[in-house]
Ligand binder design. Structure first.
Ligand SMILES: [Zn+2]
Length: 154
């Protein structure tokens, strides 16, 4: 793999980490409050306004909105960009540390995500398991891609 290809893959991993962090923020909220996991999109928990795509960009979306809903002015908790940033850093670090063992990468990503979800689920077991299954699906798909790209003949 050339340096350019590696950098492109690294950027994809960072985007995936941020996306999983954003998804985790909403799944955690929905599991803790026993709400439906899959809805039409991410919405303001105060006025119900559905966030536009740019507003959903991990970390940057929150900064653009200066931490407030554009429609009702309600504060968007800082924990959302913090979770997104943490996931981006963790996913990137795992990728860099384990790149010689590609199969371990999605496993390390998933275990981390599933453990925090379990710790934060307030004992709501069924929605927690559904959340874990969704994360397992995403990590399986992206994990297979990462393994395929990293194991390709150089
Ligand atoms: Zn709002």
């Amino acid at each position: 793999m050339s340096h350019v290809q590696f950098v492109i893959l690294l950027i994809c991993v960072m985007i995936f980490g941020g996306a999983m962090g954003a998804f985790f923020g909403t799944v955690e909220y929905r599991v803790r409050n026993r709400k439906k996991l899959i809805t039409s999109g991410c919405f303001c928990t105060s006025c119900g306004h559905i966030l536009t795509l740019p507003e959903q960009i991990p970390v940057l979306g929150w900064i653009m909105l200066r931490g407030r809903c554009r429609y009702c002015g309600e504060r968007i908790p800082i924990r959302y960009p913090l979770i997104e940033g943490t996931f981006t850093l963790y996913y990137t670090a795992v990728f860099l540390l384990l790149r010689d063992h590609p199969a371990a990468i999605p496993l390390a990503w998933y275990i981390f995500t599933a453990c925090i979800l379990a710790a934060r689920s307030r004992g709501n077991v069924r929605p927690m398991l559904r959340g874990m299954a969704l994360f397992a699906l995403y990590h399986l798909i992206v994990g297979l891609l990462v393994v395929a790209v990293l194991s390709a003949p150089h």
